[in-house]
Structures are given as structure tokens and as C-alpha cells.
Write a protein that binds this ligand. Structure first.
Ligand SMILES: *[C@@H]1O[C@H](CO)[C@@H](O)[C@H](O)[C@H]1NC(C)=O
Ligand SMILES: *[C@@H]1O[C@H](CO)[C@@H](O)[C@H](O)[C@H]1NC(C)=O
Ligand SMILES: *[C@@H]1O[C@H](CO)[C@@H](O)[C@H](O)[C@H]1NC(C)=O
Length: 380
């Protein structure tokens, strides 16, 4: 194989140097990508072929790629958080549309990364679709009133928001060190065709320790997140979404720091997904801020996609996208519900998107907020 490639390269060089240069750089990239894929895709204990066409590998929990991260050299795998977790009340499987088949206990489900995924994942990062670059807009409720946040919770309604290939739109709940957001952990759902090659909402997680300058990524596209669940997979496609004035599909999300290990645990639908180890971060011994809301991204030339359900907050639960049951923790296992004076809203383009905090609504929704808007030409 190598010889044939080499011969081919020689022949091409004979024809034109410029083609050779591109050929060579493509080959180098190919080799780099193959090398990266080998590191990412470990030998599976079992393989599941999903109905969406991609493959899930069940990897031995002690052999998962994140444990190779240079910052996790002396890391001791934590299989359970030291805090108590609530009893499972709802089914994630329905939301994620997973078939009956699941990974054996002691293994973790990881979507097999294809060459195409990796290329798309990189371009997603490089195009700045990830964060804080051109065409990123925010409509969020932020709490920075207290000094030592160690948890954030909420229930998000899910929409199949309509975006084009070079746009993405998300609902996110996060913890971060402060407004500069150098250290950040987020989770939620988003529609991001460039990342998944489809038009559907997906569960996602994201992190960085330098405001996405050199570190961080979505899901498992880079090493970092340590999976503990054998049931759910990060990046999973959501099968049911809400409709305007129709049924609401939603999911509960939690980011909770284990006060003993300082690791940040992610929970979806009362199922622990796994954690971001404390040692990944440079400044997240506790969180300076937590937040809930929506974000949109687009490439330079495109208008902004809609956010949430595409309509502005109006306090009607099946109109605008919402977070209900929002709460946080402050250096404690106790969940506190945010009174209005402890939060602020951040709407960078109020004509396009808006977030509104309602405080306590009623027993059914508890403390809630709505966010969203139609998008359009919102500028940088
Ligand atoms: C989401 O909406 C797109 C159109 O924007 C449609 O093609 C797609 O089938 C929908 N996906 C789901 C999962 O509802
Ligand atoms: C981003 O990373 C580059 C290369 O590592 C570094 O030179 C630069 O100072 C960093 N920028 C910021 C804003 O951290
Ligand atoms: C958090 O609480 C513990 C025990 O209650 C205390 O020892 C510690 O100093 C607190 N941490 C901060 C950052 O306040």
C-alpha cells in the first residue's frame, strides 16, 4: 500500500509540483488522521449498530480514551460520585431513541469516530462555530451572585430548530470560572449539522480550560470526559422534539461537583453520564458563575439561525423554549432555587433573541426561565 502511494506520488510529481504539494499535504493529513483515529477508537468489547447508521463501540471503562489524557496521568477512575444521586424516574432511552441493545456493565458506549467525523469536528472548531467568535449570540440567565457554585440543574424543552449547514443553535446549561469563561463546562441539546451530518437535536457536552484557544471540544471528539454510564452515549440523537403550542419533550440536566474529588459530574434524565476530572481545569476548583439559556453560531456570511423554538419568551410554556426547575448549589450538596435578585440576564442582541427569568412560577414548573427568538441579520 505504502509503495503504491509512493509510486503515485512520484508520478504526480513528474506532472506538476503544485499538485504534488497538495497531494503530499493531504497524505500527511490522512496519516495524521489515521493516527488520531487509532488513538480515539479503542478495541471494543461489543459493537452496536444503531438505526441511525453509526456504530457504538462498548469500550472497557478502564480503557477509555480520556484516561490517556496527559493531565490524567495519575488519575484514579471514579465509578460513582461520592454524593447521593436521585433515583431514576424517567427513561432516557425514549428520548435518545436507542435500540434495546445496550453495552455490558463495565463498558462505556462510545460512538465510533470516522475519518469524516474527525474532519467535520475539526472544521467545526476551526470555523469558530464552537464559541466566542463571529456570529455567536447569547440569550442567557446567569447567576454569579454567590462565590462558590458547585452545581447547576434544570429541565430544558427540546426543539428541532431549523438551521442551515453553517449554523448551529443550542440550549445550554453551564458552569464557568467567571465572565471571561476560560474554564467552562456546558451540556444541553443542539442542532449542528456540521458536527453530526444531520438535522436533528443531539445531546451534547462541551468543555475548555482556555476559552477554546487550544483546549476543549464537543462530546468525545477530544480526550477529557470520563464516561461511567453503560447506557447512554454522549452526542446521542434525540428522537422526539417539542412543537409550538403542541407537545413538549424535555430533559433534565445536572452538572454537580463532587466536593471530595472536585470532579464535575454530568447527569441527564437522572442517569450519571460520567465526569470531567478536576485536573483538566486551570481555574475551576469551584464555579464563579452558572447559567442557562441559548446560543447560536453561524459562519461569517450567514444570518443567525433561530434560537430555542424560534419565538421570544412570553411565559407560555409551549411557546418559547424554557428551562424549568432551575437550581444551583453553593459549596454544598443542597440545591437552592434562584431568587430573582441572584440572577441577571445577558441578551447580546435583544432584537434577535431574548432570555427572561420568571423566578418561582408554580409547583409544576418551580423556578423557570424562557429564551429564544427568530434570529436573522443580527450582526457580529
Ligand atoms: C428536523 O427538521 C428538519 C427540517 O429543518 C427535518 O428535515 C428533519 O427531519 C427534522 N428532524 C427531526 C428529528 O425531527
Ligand atoms: C492561544 O494559544 C496560542 C498558542 O498556544 C498562544 O500563543 C496565545 O497566547 C493564546 N491566546 C490566548 C488569548 O490565550
Ligand atoms: C466549603 O465548605 C467546606 C465545609 O463546609 C469548607 O471547609 C470550605 O472551606 C468551603 N469552601 C469554600 C471555598 O468556601
Amino acid at each position: 500500500m505504502i509503495n503504491i502511494l509512493f509510486l503515485f506520488m512520484c508520478l504526480v510529481e513528474g506532472i506538476t509540483g503544485r499538485i504534488f504539494d497538495t497531494m503530499q499535504s493531504t497524505l500527511m493529513e490522512d496519516l495524521e488522521i489515521e493516527k488520531e483515529l487509532k488513538l480515539i477508537n479503542k478495541a471494543p468489547v461489543k459493537t452496536i449498530y444503531t438505526k441511525f447508521g453509526y456504530i457504538l463501540d462498548c469500550i472497557d471503562i478502564n480503557n477509555q480514551p480520556s484516561l490517556d489524557h496527559p493531565l490524567l496521568k495519575n488519575h484514579k477512575l471514579q465509578k460513582y460520585p461520592s454524593f447521593r444521586t436521585s433515583k431514576k424516574t424517567s427513561s432516557t432511552k425514549a428520548i435518545l431513541g436507542i435500540q434495546k441493545d445496550e453495552c455490558p456493565i463495565g463498558t462505556v458506549p462510545i460512538k465510533r469516530t470516522t475519518k469524516d467525523d474527525l474532519i467535520r469536528g475539526k472544521s467545526y472548531f476551526n470555523n469558530g462555530l464552537i464559541d466566542h467568535m463571529h456570529g455567536n449570540h447569547y440569550a442567557e440567565v446567569i447567576s454569579g451572585y454567590f462565590p462558590y457554585y458547585n452545581g447547576v440543574h434544570g429541565t430544558s424543552s427540546i426543539y428541532n430548530v431549523s438551521v442551515t449547514n453553517d449554523q448551529s443553535s443550542c440550549s445550554v446549561m453551564y458552569v464557568r470560572n467567571g465572565p471571561d469563561s476560560t474554564n467552562y463546562i456546558g451540556m444541553g441539546w443542539h442542532v449542528a449539522p456540521e458536527l453530526y451530518n444531520d438535522y436533528a437535536p443531539h445531546v451534547y457536552i462541551v468543555w475548555t480550560n482556555d476559552n477554546f484557544n487550544n483546549t476543549g471540544c464537543f462530546n468525545l471528539l477530544c480526550m477529557g470526559f470520563v464516561l461511567t454510564t453503560h447506557v447512554n452515549y454522549v452526542g446521542g440523537r434525540i428522537t422526539d422534539s417539542s412543537t409550538y403550542e403542541g407537545d413538549i419533550f424535555k430533559m433534565t440536566l445536572s452538572i454537580t461537583q463532587d466536593l471530595e474529588t472536585k470532579n464535575w459530574w454530568l447527569n441527564m434524565q437522572d442517569e450519571m453520564l460520567g465526569y470531567f476530572p478536576a485536573s483538566l481545569f486551570s481555574d475551576l476548583n469551584y464555579a464563579g458563575e452558572v447559567g442557562w439559556g441559548g446560543r447560536t453560531s453561524t459562519s461569517l456570511s450567514s444570518p443567525s439561525p433561530p434560537m430555542g423554538s424560534g419565538v421570544f419568551p412570553d411565559n407560555v410554556y409551549n411557546h418559547a423554549s424554557y428551562f424549568t426547575h432551575v437550581s444551583f448549589q453553593i459549596n454544598s450538596t443542597e440545591r437552592l432555587e434562584p431568587e430573582t435578585y441572584t440572577v441577571k440576564t445577558f441578551n447580546d442582541k435583544p432584537d434577535c433573541f431574548f432570555a427572561e427569568y420568571y423566578g418561582f412560577l408554580d409547583e409544576e414548573f418551580r423556578y423557570s426561565l424562557q429564551f429564544g427568538g427568530p434570529g436573522g441579520n443580527c450582526g457580529d
